[in-house]
Ligand binder design. Structure first.
Ligand code: UD1
Ligand code: CA
Length: 462
C-alpha cells in the first residue's frame, strides 16, 4: 500500500547529555550520522514531502540533511524543506514551525525523531496502515522497555484505550513504574493538527511544549488516538548519551551480521564483526574475529577475511583472501586475488584476477594485471602493471618529484629485481628484467636487462 505522506524529522535538539560540541544528530553510528539513518528510513517511505526541523548547530545539520537526501535521491523532483527552530521550546513547538510547509496538504504526517536511528521502514508502514485503517486523528508507536527511564510513559484507560502520555520529569512514582513508553514516532491527520498544537501549554516540569500532549488534546476533543505497540524495543531506542550511542552501534552490527549469517556467511565471532548496514557478502565467505567492513563494501562468494582486516568501500570478487591486519580502501580486488598480511591497498587500486599483494606492501591508485605479484615490502603508487609481473622485495615506485605525481608503467611478464627504484615517469617494456638495487630513471625496452651499480669492496675495517 502506498500512502501519500509528508515526513517531518525533528532534529533541533541540543543533545546536552552527549556532552559534545557536535549536534547530537550528527554523531556517527554504523557508518552514518544518526540523522542520516533517519533520513534513509524516511526516504524508504517515498514521501511526497520531507521536512527537517533544525536548531542547535543548524547549518551543519541542514547541510547533512540535504546532502543525505540528495545522495539517496528517492524523488529527484522533491525539494526537501528545512525549518529553523531558533530556541528549543519543545517537540510540539518544533512541529508547529512546519505549519507553513505542511498545513493545507491532505497527506498523512509522519513525525520522526532525529535521534532514533534503528527504526525500520517496515515498522513505519505498520504504523501508517493502522493509522489509515482506523481513521485515527493520531497514531503513536509504543514499546515495552524493561528500563523505561527517560521516556514518556503511555497511560491507558481501563478498557485499554489511549489516555495520555506523561513525561519522565512529570510522572508520579506510580506512572514511572509503567514500562510501555512513547517511541517518539507518530502519524497525524494534518487537518486540525496545527490548531491543536497551538493549544498545547508549557505548564510542566521542563517548561516545554510537549508533542505528546497533542494526543491528549485530540483524545479529549473526542478524536480517535491509536497506539501501535512494537515488540522490538531495541529498534526504537532514542540516543541521549554516549553509552546509548555505543549500544545502538552494537545493535546495528548485530542486525547486519544476523542478516548476513542467515544469507550464508560464516562469522567466527559475530560479537567482534564490525559490519556497516550496506555491506554485502556472498555465500560461504568466512569472516574471522575483529574485522571491520565499512561503507559500501561488497564481498563475493567463498572469500576469507582474516583477523584485523579493515575494508572500506572495497569491491571483492569470489575466492579472495584478505590476510591479517590489511587495510583495503576504495579499491577493487578481482577473483582469486590475495592481499596481506599487513598490506595497504587504497585509492582506486584494482587487482586483476589472481594478483597477489604480500606482507608490508602499499599499493595506491594502481592497477595490477592478472597473476602479477608483489610479495614483500614494496610501494607501488600511480603504477600500471601488466600481467604476470613479478615485483621483487623492497621495490619502490618513486612517483613524486616534490611537486607532481608521475606514473610508472610495467608491461607484461617483467621481473623487477629486489630493491629496484623506478623513478617515474618511466616505462619498463614487456619481459624486461631489472637487477637488484637498480635505479631506473629512463624507459627500458622490452626483453632487456638493466642493472644498477654493484657495491665495491673498499677496505678492511679491522
Ligand atoms: C521524547 C518524547 C518522549 C519519548 C521520547 C522517545 C517529548 C516531549 N517527549 O522525549 O515522550 O518517549 O522522545 O525517544 O516529545 N527536538 C526539537 N526541538 C525541541 C526539542 C526536541 O527539534 O525543542 C527534537 C530533538 O532533536 C530530538 C527529538 O525532537 O530529535 C526528541 O527530543 P528529545 O529532547 O530527545 O526528547 P526526549 O526527551 O527523548
Ligand atoms: Ca530523545
Amino acid at each position: 500500500m502506498s500512502i501519500p505522506v509528508t515526513v517531518v524529522i525533528l532534529a533541533a535538539g541540543d543533545g546536552t547529555r552527549m556532552k559534545s560540541r557536535r549536534p547530537k544528530v550528527l554523531h556517527e553510528v554504523a557508518g552514518s550520522s544518526l540523522l542520516g539513518h533517519v533520513v534513509r528510513t524516511a526516504a524508504a517511505l517515498a514521501p511526497q514531502q520531507v521536512v527537517a526541523v533544525v536548531g542547535h548547530g543548524a547549518d551543519a545539520v541542514r547541510d547533512t540533511f540535504l546532502a543525505q537526501w540528495a545522495a539517496l535521491n528517492p524523488h529527484p523532483h522533491l525539494q526537501p524543506a528545512v525549518v529553523v527552530q531558533p530556541e528549543r521550546r519543545g517537540t510540539a513547538h518544533a512541529l508547529r514551525l512546519t505549519e507553513a510547509v505542511v498545513a493545507g496538504t491532505k497527506r498523512t504526517l509522519v513525525v520522526l525523531s532525529g535521534d532514533v536511528p534503528l527504526l525500520r521502514a517496515d515498522t513505519l508502514r505498520r504504523l501508517l496502515t493502522t493509522h489509515i485503517e482506523t481513521g485515527a486523528a493520531a497514531t503513536v508507536l509504543s514499546t515495552t522497555m524493561a528500563n523505561p527511564t527517560g521516556y514518556g510513559r503511555i497511560l491507558r484507560n481501563t478498557d485499554g484505550s489511549f489516555a495520555r502520555i506523561v513525561e519522565e520529569h512529570d510522572a508520579t512514582p506510580d506512572e514511572k513504574a509503567i514500562t510501555e513508553i512513547n517511541a517518539g514516532v507518530y502519524a497525524f491527520q494534518v487537518e486540525g493538527l496545527f490548531d491543536v498544537l497551538a493549544r498545547i501549554s508549557n505548564d510542566n516540569a521542563q517548561g516545554e511544549y510537549y508533542l505528546p500532549d497533542a494526543l491528549t488534546l485530540l483524545r479529549t476533543d473526542g478524536h480517535a488516538v491509536c497506539v501501535v505497540h512494537h515488540p522490538d524495543s531495541e529498534e526504537v531506542r532514542g540516543i541521549n548519551t554516549r553509552a546509548e550511542l555505543a549500544a545502538v552501534a552494537e545493535a546495528f552490527r548485530r542486525r547486519r551480521v544476523a542478516e548476513l549469517m542467515a544469507g550464508g556467511v560464516t562469522f567466527l565471532d559475530p560479537a567482534t564483526a564490525y559490519v556497516d548496514p550496506d555491506v554485502q557478502i556472498g555465500l560461504d565467505t568466512v569472516v574471522y574475529p575483529n574485522v571491520h567492513l565499512e561503507g559500501r563494501t561488497v564481498i563475493g562468494e567463498n572469500c576469507r577475511i582474516y583477523t584485523g582486516a579493515r575494508l572500506v568501500n572495497a569491491q571483492l570478487g569470489d575466492d579472495v583472501t584478505v590476510r591479517d591486519y590489511s587495510l583495503v580502501f576504495d579499491s577493487r580486488l578481482d577473483d582469486r586475488t590475495s592481499v596481506g598480511p599487513f598490506a595497504h591497498v587504497r585509492l582506486n587500486t584494482h587487482l586483476h584476477e589472481a594478483a597477489v599483494i604480500g606482507n608490508f606492501v602499499e599499493v595506491k591508485q594502481s592497477s595490477l594485471g592478472a597473476e602479477t605479484k608483489a610479495m614483500h615490502l614494496s610501494y607501488l603508487g600511480d603504477a600500471t602493471l601488466g600481467e604476470r609481473v613479478n615485483i621483487g622485495a623492497g621495490t619502490i615506485t618513486c612517483n613524486y618529484d616534490g611537486k607532481q605525481k608521475h606514473r610508472t608503467v610495467i608491461e607484461d611478464g617483467v621481473k623487477i629485481g629486489s630493491d629496484t627504484l623506478l623513478v617515474a615517469p618511466v616505462r619498463v617494456g614487456a619481459r624486461a628484467m631489472t637487477g637488484a638495487g637498480a635505479v631506473v630513471t629512463e624507459d627500458v625496452p622490452p626483453e632487456t636487462l638493466v642493472v644498477g651499480v654493484p657495491a665495491k669492496v673498499k677496505k678492511s675495517l679491522t
